[in-house]
Design a protein around this ligand. Sequence first.
Ligand SMILES: [Zn+2]
Length: 264
Amino acid sequence: MPELVESINCPKCGGPLNLVPGEVIVTCPYCGTASRFQGDKPFVLRHSMLAARVDRDGAVRMIQGWMDGGVMKPDDLRKASRIASMECVYLPFYVFEVDATTSYSGVLSRTGTNERRTGDLRRDYFWKILGRRSGDFPTREFKLPLGFKVPFDTAGMVRDSRFLNAEVDEDEADRIAREQVDDHQRQLLKDLVDTIEDARTAIDLKDAEFLHAPIWFSTYEYRGRTFQILIDAASGEVIRGDIPPPSGGFGEFMKGAANDLFRR
Ligand SMILES: [Zn+2]
């Protein structure tokens, strides 16, 4: 059990909130109000969640379907696997709606001649930042289906699910999002110029949201080893599934190699 540092009451309903070290935004388990604690005065944050449409049985069916289909999987994956654990976890995210414009100058040399190029690279994003400091979650791969967004309501949560408060506050998340967008824009510039001489990104933050998304974290066992599979409990999509490596036989290896070719 994590150590409790102090006990504070919810600014909305007065219910007792337990603050765990490292957590900066705490959701009231009684009324669902999200508060940011700074000093002794809590700020209430606008808070939403994604509605879970996939219950435990639904998630099991998704996993079985995933095991049955697709390339690069052992033929007996579904038959020889056993689901070892399943837990629905509500993860905190910040979503920033941003317009990014990168003014750049550089040199295009791939054509054989050195051409100077200048221009503006404009993109808009819903950029996601996970509100936790640790834990392995593929935030960039996660599509975060904003279409399932509803006001936060503890009554609408999956039974026996685990709820994680945010360890990263919105100011820090804002800063991280700006850094990542800037970095991403620079990556995109590599398609336009081979040498970047100058690049400045202006980021216009249009909206920011704090929300919780339900994810089924599950593990399965296959031939004595454990693998992880993550399912979006709102959309039902597999976010990431670990596939067992080929069992080592030459035939299996060739089959894997052939599948690899077809994938491209
Ligand atoms: Zn409350």
